[in-house]
Write a protein that binds this ligand. Structure first.
Ligand SMILES: C[S@@+](CC[C@H](N)C(=O)[O-])C[C@H]1O[C@@H](n2cnc3c(N)ncnc32)[C@H](O)[C@@H]1O
Length: 397
């Protein structure tokens, strides 16, 4: 992450605008201030941190609000450095005006971008944890009219497979770096034709880390069309039987099983297991029926929060770093910042497997999300409801 250190910080008059960079407001924390910054269409925080021992300032991007292109952050840092600082101690990167790094095409920046891009697609396959991508690329070549979405949590795999897809002129591929469990929970219902999960990590000793679980099975059933199919291929008998058992919780499903079936394409992991003469199990589940649409009208509990100035003061003075763990969600109220009469709180929250970090502004006339609204997953809705409860418990004391 680009950053620099300086000895002198000049007075910052806001709002400030130069060369397409806008600094709009400052929120003050204990040792760190956050500068709300706008470049092109994107907003993020610059973090201004004081090192009291060395009497110097560290300026960098706040890691949970990073813009989609690192170049925007570099540009903002450069403008900040030129206009508000003196005596630079060190620079961790060469800041260049022109360097706007693009991600490889076919890789989308975030879930929202993916949802926008798939809106009018008639047929969609999803591959979870595509790794070296052999099966995903094979499906893309065999089915030029079907959009193949690849989900991975391992960044190098995304870059590598995107390059391979581009070199083969495959334009029916979109790749996203996220946890498959989160992505499934925000997709429209009755949207997807097939979901492939090939050779997932079996997590024999930590089953809660498996991609498959009851929640996952419910989301598969919801996002798959009534003609859709979920397909597991694994060398782990335990994972195979665990998955079958999980889907047997549904009353009307069809399960087809096969052992040591040969496919036209063999993945890197599959090759490894075949060399070791391990058995390979296939499980194909279908017959999900039609599911109800996602309830998009549901609101986050903070939208109805209102505080008077006295209450805001009370929250400010009695703020506690607070962690709450629910059955399948958590909430960590991490930090508080003050912006004039408003309070900005930073929270980590959501599902255990996919924590999100966001900033919420509490004001006299409004309570809102500083950046984009999070996705309305069940876990996120519950965590924000818990936040509302905790904030009210502060002021009702
Ligand atoms: C054992 S590898 C198998 C890769 C590939 N399917 C194959 O057969 O060669 C499992 C892959 O799943 C990815 N993965 C693990 N958990 C995931 C999750 N929750 N969402 C998306 N990908 C995940 C890992 O990064 C890894 O690349």
């Amino acid at each position: 992450m680009p950053n620099f250190k300086c000895k002198i910080l000049k007075e910052i008059q806001l709002p400030f605008q130069k060369d397409g960079v806008e600094f709009l407001w400052l929120a003050k924390g204990e040792n760190v201030n956050l500068l709300f910054t706008h470049v092109q269409q994107e907003s993020f925080f610059l973090q201004i941190k004081k090192d009291n021992k060395k009497q110097e300032w560290l300026i960098k991007g706040e890691k949970h609000t990073k813009p989609s292109q690192i170049g925007y952050l570099q540009k903002a840092l450069l403008i900040f450095k030129e206009n508000f600082t003196q005596d630079i101690v060190c620079e961790a990167v060469a800041l260049k005006h022109t360097r706007l790094i693009q991600k490889t095409p076919l890789i989308v920046n975030n879930i929202k971008e993916l949802l926008d891009k798939i809106q009018d697609k008639k047929q969609i396959y999803i591959e979870i944890g595509f790794g070296s991508g052999r099966h995903l690329l094979y499906q893309a070549k065999q089915n030029p009219d079907i959009l193949i979405i690849g989900i991975e949590i391992y960044t190098p795999a995304l870059e590598q497979v995107a390059k391979l897809a581009l070199s083969e002129n495959l334009n029916n591929v979109l790749l996203i770096e996220t946890d498959a469990r989160l992505l499934l929970s925000v997709l429209e219902s009755n949207l997807v034709d097939k979901i492939f999960l090939h050779f997932p990590v079996p997590w024999d000793k930590k089953p809660h880390r498996r991609v498959v679980g009851l929640n996952f099975a419910n989301e598969c059933a919801r996002v798959l069309k009534d003609t859709g199919q979920f397909e597991l291929r694994t060398d782990s008998y335990m994972y195979f039987s665990f998955t079958l058992e999980t889907f047997l919780n549904f009353s009307h499903l069809k399960a087809e099983i096969a052992k040591n079936k040969n496919l036209e394409v063999s993945s890197k992991y599959e090759d490894r297991w075949k060399r070791q003469e391990k058995d390979i199990y296939d499980l194909a589940i279908s017959g999900f029926g039609k599911s109800e649409n996602l309830n998009k009208k549901q609101k986050f509990a903070i939208e109805i929060l209102k505080f008077n100035l006295e209450e805001l003061d009370y929250i400010k003075n009695n703020f506690k770093n607070n962690v709450f763990k629910g059955e399948n969600f958590f909430l960590h109220i991490e930090k508080i910042y003050v912006k004039d009469k408003e309070i900005i709180i930073k929270i980590a929250f959501g599902a255990f497997y996919k924590p999100e970090h966001i900033y919420i502004r509490l004001g006299e006339h409004r309570t809102d999300f500083v950046f984009n609204e999070p996705f309305k997953t069940k876990e996120n809705l519950k965590a924000i409801e818990k936040l509302r409860e905790i904030l009210y418990s502060y002021i009702k004391q």
